[in-house]
Design a protein. Structure first.
Length: 201
């Protein structure tokens, strides 16, 4: 009985993933590698902070599904051949998972982009996404949003050094940013304030 329950827990996200991503393809391999890394790191956060009473089962499922909408976007470097701009993958994932009967998981998709997108930011930057607040609210949403940034930045360990590098990278103050002439506070003061709070995990 215990084995059966564990198998169901693991296979539910994969059943959905396999509906939209074909095993053996470049896109599938990229997707599975990324979401597995993010999910494992999110679970590590939950393990290290039992006082937060995180919904671990939901965290694992949502971690595996948070990027489910990327196949609908145009991003050749990661084998995505859809028609939408990549920034749309969050709300597209929400729509898809809502149709699958997983609206709560869908909110994780929509709210993990960057450090979360406020309505103000969406309007100011004229982003091609629905006009609504897309910032993470629940602890589970914040953890996945946070751990997702580690793997986009290729930082794999929770250390003070890596947290600082992550902050600098998002601020646009790192060495790479200087070499490329990026502006400081790349994501804006409000968004960076959110990321600094997430780093407290």
């Amino acid at each position: 009985m215990i084995l059966k329950v564990l198998l169901i827990k693991i296979l539910q996200p994969l059943d959905i993933i396999h509906k939209y991503y074909k095993p053996g393809t470049k896109l599938y391999d990229i997707y599975i590698s990324h979401v597995t890394d993010v999910t494992n790191k999110a679970l590590l956060v939950a393990q290290k902070h039992p006082e937060l009473a995180i919904d671990v089962k939901f965290l694992e499922e949502a971690g595996m599904l948070h990027d489910i909408g990327i196949f609908k976007t145009r991003a050749p470097h990661i084998a995505c051949e859809g028609n939408f701009p990549y920034i749309c993958h969050g709300f597209l994932g929400r729509e898809l998972l809502t149709q699958e009967g997983l609206p709560r998981h869908g909110m994780v998709c929509e709210r993990h982009t960057g450090t979360g997108l406020s309505l103000e930011t969406i309007l100011q930057k004229k982003l091609p996404i629905p006009h609504r607040d897309m910032r993470p609210r629940s602890l589970e949403e914040k953890i996945i949003c946070f751990t997702d940034k580690f793997y986009r930045s290729r930082f794999y360990n929770f250390t003070a050094f890596h947290l600082n590098r992550l902050r600098c990278g998002l601020d646009g103050e790192g060495i790479a940013a200087e070499n490329q002439g990026r502006k400081k506070e790349k994501h804006g003061k409000k968004q960076m304030s959110c990321m600094h709070n997430y780093c407290d995990f």
